[in-house]
Ligand binder design. Structure first.
Ligand SMILES: *Cc1c(COP(=O)(O)O)cnc(C)c1O
Length: 456
């Protein structure tokens, strides 16, 4: 089939307000060229994030009405907990209002001055929570994961030799080992089941608990089914269960692969750690049978978890990214290959080779996509990761622009429009200039920093 078959019908629509280029040039200037500052009404195609921006199903909306808002012991909590445990067999499920709240609780336990925490690549909020506790986060993804053109099937894999050396070197200062599936900050690339199990074995051999940041577990399982020898005939839920069975716990943003607009959880096997986590939860989020969520959120997630592992959905989801990438590549635009799970990544450093990495080529592309086409994307590069804990500035491993694809929200013709805008931008790319940052906060600067185009 050349046409991507979206395996759903549209029951409720949201109008998109059409803006002109002149309007958009003024709007982006007003917010100091930071796309997080734009009003979403002023965006035509919002690919800033796939987080909480998906469309819920009619079954999820029916669940919203069923939500029981009791403070303690709501049946909605038990439906949510059972849906999680059906896929991720952990003892204790601690609901939180989103993923970073689960991280904050986890690192209130495992973080602290001088501690060292490895991951394939820490996501920005994970790193932010680790660093805020005084600990350091280190990224040990395989070399292929840093090469935008490598066609390795599992570019999110942990480098096992480096992890073994890291555990020997840092010894007691390592409180836990983490892995992120799929590897969001590294291009949405998957991690193989074999690699997850090998990381688990290494962590165990060193006596360290092993945690999975499971935000995109279903997309990761789809890639395992497609690409990993011996996995092709297995069901997605079975693959998912294997991924988590070898871990001691997980953090989750339910705004990703649980079809939620909000939500998250922390899961743990260790009863003592679960007690500490729940005490922290009550102080910061809420009672353990709702955490930071309402009963209706819990219901929407319980149903979302059954829908996200549907193979027709996952096929359409992953095919959409591949479709965009094929067309951009055909024009000669450098992209991260192969297509990741939740997003398309443009290699802006390579595409705008005339813009120095310390002048944020990714930001330059992101602003141009907005001005030209009203498309909101996100720089994942030196603006996001370049600032070091000591305040100095280094180029990030890559300068990418992420087009994150909201779940079940846009159609193939929306993506054909996005492709048209890229075609136009490709023709004028040499006219794009770099940016400088004229104001930034201390942590996670990319959300609020102010940019200025160079030479303006
Ligand atoms: C989104 C995300 C988080 C944080 O979750 P929130 O729900 O946004 O707080 C953590 N890790 C990864 C890999 C993510 O994609």
């Amino acid at each position: 089939m050349r046409t991507i078959f979206e395996p759903f019908r549209i029951k409720s629509v949201e109008p998109i307000r059409i803006t002109t280029r002149e309007e958009r040039q003024a709007l982006i200037k007003d917010v100091h060229y930071n796309l997080f500052g734009l009003k979403s009404d002023d965006v035509l195609i919002d690919l800033l994030t796939d987080s909480g921006t998906g469309a819920m199903s009619s079954a999820q909306w029916a669940g919203v009405m069923r939500g029981d808002e009791s403070y303690a012991g709501s049946p909605s909590f038990f439906r949510f907990r059972d849906a999680v445990q059906n896929l991720m067999p952990f003892e204790h499920i601690v609901p939180t209002h989103q993923g970073r709240a689960a991280e904050a609780i986890l690192f209130s336990i495992f973080g602290g001055e001088g501690r060292n925490i490895p991951n394939n690549t820490h996501f920005d909020t994970t790193r932010g929570n680790i660093e805020a506790s005084g600990a350091f986060g280190h990224d040990l993804v395989i070399e292929e994961g840093k090469d935008p053109s490598s066609l390795h099937p599992f570019k999110g894999n942990m480098d096992l030799d480096r992890l073994a050396a890291y555990l020997d070197e840092h010894g007691d200062s390592v409180p836990c080992v983490m892995i992120t599936i799929t590897n969001n900050a590294g291009g949405g690339q998957p991690v193989s089941l074999e690699n997850i199990q090998a990381v688990s074995a290494l962590a165990k051999a060193h006596g360290k608990p092993f945690f999975i940041d499971g935000c995109r577990f279903a997309e990761n399982a789809w890639f395992i089914k497609q690409r990993e020898p011996g996995q092709g005939e297995r069901s997605i839920p079975d693959i998912v269960r294997d991924c988590f069975a070898c871990a001691d716990g997980m953090t989750m943003s339910a705004k990703k692969d649980a079809f939620g607009n909000i939500g998250g959880w922390l899961a743990l096997n260790d009863p003592e750690l679960a007690e500490i986590a729940k005490a922290c939860l009550i102080r910061t989020e809420g009672f353990p049978t709702y955490g930071g969520m309402s009963g209706r959120d819990l219901e929407a997630l319980a149903t979302g978890l059954t829908e996200i592992v549907d193979e027709d959905y996952l096929r359409y989801r992953i095919r959409t990214n591949a479709y965009i990438i094929e067309r951009l590549e055909a024009m000669g635009i450098p992209v991260v290959r192969p297509a990741g799970g939740h997003a398309v990544f443009i290699d802006a450093r390579n595409w705008l080779s005339h813009v120095d990495p310390l002048q944020y080529p990714g930001q330059s592309v992101a602003v141009a996509l907005y001005e030209l086409g009203g498309i909101r994307s996100c720089e994942i590069g030196t603006a996001m990761f370049g600032r070091q804990p000591d305040g100095s500035e280094n180029p990030a491993a890559m300068d990418l622009v992420r087009l994150a694809i909201p779940r079940r929200t846009y159609t193939q013709s929306h993506f054909d429009y996005v492709i048209e805008i890229f075609e136009e931008l490709h023709g004028i790319r040499e006219q794009l200039t770099g940016y400088e940052i004229i104001w930034e906060p201390k942590l996670m600067r990319h959300f609020t920093c102010k940019f200025k185009p160079l030479g303006s």
